[in-house]
Design a protein around this ligand. Sequence first.
Ligand SMILES: Nc1nc2c(c(=O)[nH]1)N=C([C@H](O)[C@H](O)COP(=O)(O)OP(=O)(O)OP(=O)(O)O)CN2
Ligand SMILES: [Zn+2]
Length: 142
Amino acid sequence: MAERKRIGYIKRIESFSAAHRLHSPFFTDEENRALYGKCNHENGHGHNYKLEVTLKGEIDLKTGMVMNIADLKVIINEVIMKQLDHKNLDKDVPYFANYPSTAENIAVYIWDCLIEHLPILYEVLLYETDKNVAIYRGETNN
Ligand SMILES: Nc1nc2c(c(=O)[nH]1)N=C([C@H](O)[C@H](O)COP(=O)(O)OP(=O)(O)OP(=O)(O)O)CN2
Ligand SMILES: [Zn+2]
């Protein structure tokens, strides 16, 4: 009988530091203040983000790997870390000129950047603080 192909998950955890301000172009200054409170302060604030990138794929019979994590590490570093670490998200990353830099939107942004390089991407999980976490799995409702 043929060996069954096993589907496995691997995860790489990285961290980066970045500044941002929650402010939406859809609202007035007053509405932004009411909605985002201290996170709308005009001089911004920073977070030490923790990023967890999970891949789902077949465990190769010969290598024993879904993907070599050494290669995954290089992709995350090139595609995400160099763009986001020690940056002001709103000013340095053009995407956030159009989308508020919430943890949800940062997770979507990271997904969109990584999926081009990692078709077996399963989940992007982003800790904004120890208590606040956003998860994105590439889902849309259309
Ligand atoms: N849905 C979202 N809500 C909020 C986001 C977000 O990204 N998505 N972000 C913020 C703030 O940027 C920030 O995360 C809140 O910081 P803070 O209140 O300091 O964090 P904690 O909740 O961990 O702090 P405690 O006061 O210890 O509870 C707000 N909302
Ligand atoms: Zn914040």
